[in-house]
Structure formats: C-alpha cells, structure tokens
Design a protein around this ligand. Structure first.
Ligand SMILES: Cc1cc2nc3c(=O)[nH]c(=O)nc-3n(C[C@H](O)[C@H](O)[C@H](O)COP(=O)(O)OP(=O)(O)OC[C@H]3O[C@@H](n4cnc5c(N)ncnc54)[C@H](O)[C@@H]3O)c2cc1C
Length: 548
C-alpha cells in the first residue's frame, strides 16, 4: 500500500524545508523527501576532513542576506536557532601595496577609504549609494511578487499584469531609464560611468559576477550586482550580509526545526526517482528503492532539468515547456575552497595576525575589473583561471562553534573553471587551481600558505553529483536576463505552478532564487495552499448544488 500524504516535498534544501513548514502550518499532512543523508542542500555545514572532525565548514553557500522578515517571523526562526552575525567590511589588499575597505552603512568611513585612491570617486560614492538604494527600492518588492504571465490573454493574467503596472505607477521616466540601464548594462560599463579608480571599480564589481558565467564586461552583470545589493524586499529591512552561527547548515536546521514543529515529517536517504502522473495530474512519487508515496500536492525543489526532464518526463509535458527546460542555462565555473587555518592572514598592507576589522567581512581577490575579466576569459577559452577571482570570508571571526579555539575557517568562493568541468572530476587540475588561488592570497599575506591545516575543494562535478546542482550552477540556473522574472523557469510558468495540476515548483530556478532566501519555497507552498482552498470551495459548491 502506498503511503498517503496531503503534500510531498521533493528535496530537503532550504526551499523544500520552507515549503514544508508552510504546508504543514496550513494543516496539510506533509513529508519532505531528501536524497542525501542530511537536509540543507547547498545551505549545509559539514566536517569534510575525517581525521579532523573538530573543523566544520559551510561547504557551499557561505553568507546570508535575502531571507525576508516575513519568513523569519512566520516560522519563528530565531527561536529555532537562526542567528546572524553582521559581516564586517569588504576588504581588498593590493599587490602594489595599500588596501581598501568598504562598509555597508558607514558613509564617512567609505569617504576616507575611497579618498585614498581617488578624491573624485570618494565624492561620487554617496550619490552612487543613493542611486543604488533608489533602484533597490524598485527591484526589492519585485522579489516578493509573483511574476505576471506576460502575453497571456486570460482575464486573470491580464489583471496580474495591470496590478503590477498600477503598483509601479509612481515610477518616472528617469527611474525607468535607470532600471533599463541596470538590467542591460555590464557592471564594468556602469562603473566606468561613475568612477575612475581601478581599485574602487574592482571592489564594486565583485557582486556583479558572483555565481555568474560572465565576466564584468558582459551585459546583464549590472543587474546581478543589484540583486546582491537589495536591502528591502518590501516587508521590512533585510539584514546586511551576515554569517549564520554554525554555518549555513544552521539556517537549514532552523527551518527544519520549524517545519517539524508544525508536524512535517522529514525523511533523509530518500531519493526520488519519478514523479507519478495519473490522468494528466501529479499524484505522488516513487523513490529509488521502489517505495511509492501518494499526495494531491507535490512540490519539487530540485534543479529544473532533474525535476521535469528526468522525474516527470517529456511525455507528460507540453513540448514548448520541455524545450525551454532543455535549453535552460546552468553554467557557472565556481570552485569552493574551504580551509582550516592555524592563524589569521597577516596582510602586508595591514599587518598582524590578531583579529582585526579587515578579517571580519569579505577578504577579496578582485583587485581590478581587468583581473576579474582575465579570470573569466581564461575559463571561456577552456582553461581554469591562471589567477582566480575569490570572494573570501572568515566566519570564525565571530562564530566560535566551527573550529577549536585559536584556529579559523576560511571559505573561498572562487571563479572560474571551464563551464564543462561538471562532466568530469578534474581532481588534479582542481588541486593545481587551488594552489594558484592560495598563492595569490599569499602574495598579499605572506603567512597564508603556511597557516593552512586542511583544505577541501568542491568543483562543479561534485556540486552536480553530490548536491544535484546540474552544470555546477550555484542558483539552479543562471541569473541572466533571459532567465529572470516571468522567464524563470519558463515563460507561462513563473507562478510556481507547472503544466501538471498538482505539481508545484519552488527551487532557486524560480523567481527570487537563487540564493538562500526561501522565497521560492514560500511561494510554491502559497500557490499549493491557495489551490487546495479553491478546490475545496469548488467541491463544497458542487455538493450544495447537487443537493439543491
Ligand atoms: C558554492 C556555492 C556558494 C553559494 N553561496 C551563496 C551565498 O553565500 N549566499 C546565498 O544566499 N546563496 C549562495 N549560494 C546559492 C544558494 O546556496 C542556493 O541558491 C540555494 O541554497 C538553493 O536552495 P534550494 O533549496 O532551492 O536547492 P538545493 O539547496 O539545491 O536543495 C535541493 C535538495 O534536493 C536534494 N535532491 C536532489 N536530488 C534529489 C532526489 N532525486 N530526491 C530527493 N532529493 C534530492 C538535494 O540533495 C538538495 O538537498 C551558493 C551556492 C553554492 C553552490
């Protein structure tokens, strides 16, 4: 006999857990099926060194920013262990000497820092911040908006489009022009319009290329920068970027605890093989071990190629939708390098290995836009970057739970290796790539190489094989313009519903993903709950009409 639930959630990453928490909270008998031995997906804390289990790393994602206050409140996440240490400044030391620090919310110190490199840029900085904040105010609330089905002539869809236009009726010609620039320009061209100093532009370009199969000179990267700079999604101010205590697995654990507190069942080592389709609707799943589970609601949070092409199958999907998923772009060339350190980096520009402010934020390897671009061009030409780009962080500047006292964990989010490295492990080449990355930091902080106790390298192949991140893309799909908003994951299906009744979709490949923001899981659960209510109302109405 197949076990029966009201709702099955496929995938126990943070979005699956959020979806389950909301579904269970609505009264639905809910189960999460997670293929790995633990939940969290790309938001996970693990101990990668068997001979040193006292060191734990936030193995893939590493910083929080976009989790909306609504989700934190609804799920009471603070009570379940959600605890964020706000990050310190962005920090870059330069090979030619000197350094720059940029603060999220300290205009005076930013002026002093930028003045070291250009007085003109220092004066431009407050205007840039205000400009960006204005645009973020427009883009932020869109993250919580269900994208309208643009082009549809159905009354409900037309109403959705009109509602969106009405909500944005306050925008003027200038703002629309600025948003257009942001959506279409490269981060390099945009920064060239505002600033003159290479050092300042390098610093500001970082957010434009995180997780992106594109260098800073590619159109669309200006938007990626804005996506990472949004401070408010319309329901309260988001925290600045911050570190979760216990690593990103702590975020997943908090959401899991919330889901369990509402009665959700969570099963690990439960790999889903197929989504069952009966009479044109999703009716349940079959696990790889042959177990069958049935439910009227199935929410998938897996990569779209896995969810639709493998687990549903083209035969159950409209051709145009299946083609769109087939063509979904999912590259990124990211390599995560996690390090256990015996001491903090001692930068020539800011000496000392005792904890200092520049250790508390992001410790970058992005000295100029040209440096970043070269790293991308190497990979595009089919070679791993000779001098990789890195967004590094040392969460143990605050978090004492990850390693023994006196030691540290450093997490390097690096780019790029060729986009097809998901197909093979490339183990030796990844080791050499990590050596080069470490050498780059050692040029700036001579004690760095010697301080490394252990290292863990996660390349695109492991991301795909172990974590289900097809192509190694960190967001289940590129944040390129043709894959945003009403196009994510496919035109006509950006409302967290799918071509199959009963099947909902809430992975990072939907609008507001990627990143650890929970919005896709929340929206997918909301869509399923709304449809359940509507269908109950219809059945009640039918019963009443039949009796009458
Ligand atoms: C290296 C890296 C760095 C990142 N850095 C950041 C960052 O600092 N900040 C940030 O906000 N975001 C970051 N991201 C992005 C962010 O982590 C992801 O967008 C997000 O975690 C995805 O969540 P999800 O729940 O949609 O999917 P996932 O986390 O991918 O969850 C999907 C789950 O489904 C499971 N699964 C797969 N196949 C099956 C199956 N057949 N049956 C059952 N279960 C299955 C997987 O094991 C996984 O647990 C990073 C990602 C990576 C890879």
């Amino acid at each position: 006999m197949a076990a029966t639930y009201d709702a099955i959630v496929v995938g126990g990453g943070h979005n699956g857990l959020v979806a389950a928490a909301y579904l269970a909270r609505s009264g639905a008998k809910t189960i999460v099926l997670e293929g790995r031995a633990k939940t969290g997906g790309a938001a996970t804390t693990e101990a990668p060194w068997p001979d040193a289990p006292e060191f734990r790393v936030t193995r893939l994602s590493y910083v929080m920013s976009l989790l909306p206050p609504t989700i934190i409140r609804d799920l009471d996440l603070n009570r379940h262990g959600y605890k964020i240490f706000p990050m310190g400044p962005y920090y870059q030391a330069f090979p030619e000497g000197g350094s720059i620090k940029l603060y999220a919310d300290d205009a005076k110190r930013n002026h002093e820092e930028v003045s070291k490199w250009s007085k003109k840029d220092a004066d431009a900085m407050p205007r840039w911040d205000a400009w960006l904040a204005g645009l973020a105010d427009v883009l932020g609330p869109l993250l919580l908006t269900v994208p309208p089905n643009l082009g549809s002539h159905q009354a409900r869809d037309l109403a959705g489009t009109l509602r969106l236009a009405w909500r944005n009726r306050g925008l003027d010609v200038r703002t629309i022009g600025d948003v257009t620039r942001l959506m279409t320009m490269s981060i390099a061209d945009l920064l060239d319009d505002w600033f003159e100093s290479d050092q300042v532009k390098g610093a500001l370009a970082v957010n434009g290329v995180i997780g992106t199969w594109a260098g800073p000179y590619e159109p669309g990267t200006a938007y990626v920068m804005a996506h990472h700079s949004i401070g408010d999604v319309g329901d309260g101010h988001l925290g600045n970027w911050g570190f979760q205590e216990g690593g990103m697995g702590g975020v997943s654990s908090a959401i899991e605890a919330a889901a369990r507190s509402h009665g959700a069942e969570i099963r690990t080592n439960a790999k889903v093989a197929r989504i069952l389709v009966t009479g044109g609707r999703a009716t349940g799943v079959v696990l790889e071990n042959g177990d069958e589970l049935q439910a009227r609601v199935v929410v998938s949070t897996l990569h779209p190629k896995t969810a639709f092409l493998e687990q549903v199958g083209r035969e159950h999907l409209p051709d145009d939708f299946a083609d769109d998923i087939e063509h979904w772009k999912t590259r990124s060339g990211v390599v995560k390098i996690n390090l256990a350190l015996s001491e903090l980096p001692d930068f020539t520009a800011d000496p000392g290995s005792q904890l200092q402010e520049h250790h508390t934020g992001s410790v970058e390897m992005a000295p100029t836009m040209e440096y970043i671009e070269r790293a991308f061009q190497d990979a595009r030409e089919g070679r791993p970057a000779a001098r990789p780009f890195s967004d590094g962080v040392i969460p143990t500047a605050f978090d004492k739970t990850l390693c023994p006292e006196g030691t540290h964990i450093m997490s390097l989010f690096t780019q790029w290796v060729p986009s097809d490295w998901n197909a093979e492990p490339h183990t030796e080449e990844l080791e050499a790539y990590a050596d080069r990355m470490i050498d780059c930091y050692t040029e700036l902080a001579p004690n760095f190489k010697g301080s490394i106790l252990h290292r863990d390298i996660v390349g695109p192949h492991e991301m795909e094989e172990e974590y289900g991140l097809i192509g190694g893309n960190i967001f289940h799909g590129e944040l390129s313009l043709e894959q945003l908003f009403h196009m994510r994951p496919a035109p006509g299906y950006a409302d967290y519903r799918t071509p199959l009744p009963g099947l909902y979709y809430g992975s990072s490949a939907t609008h507001a993903g990627g990143g650890v923001c929970g919005i896709p899981g929340w929206q997918a659960a909301r869509a399923a709950i709304a449809d359940r209510k509507a269908s109950r109302r219809t059945s009640q109405l039918r019963r009443v009409t039949r009796r009458a």
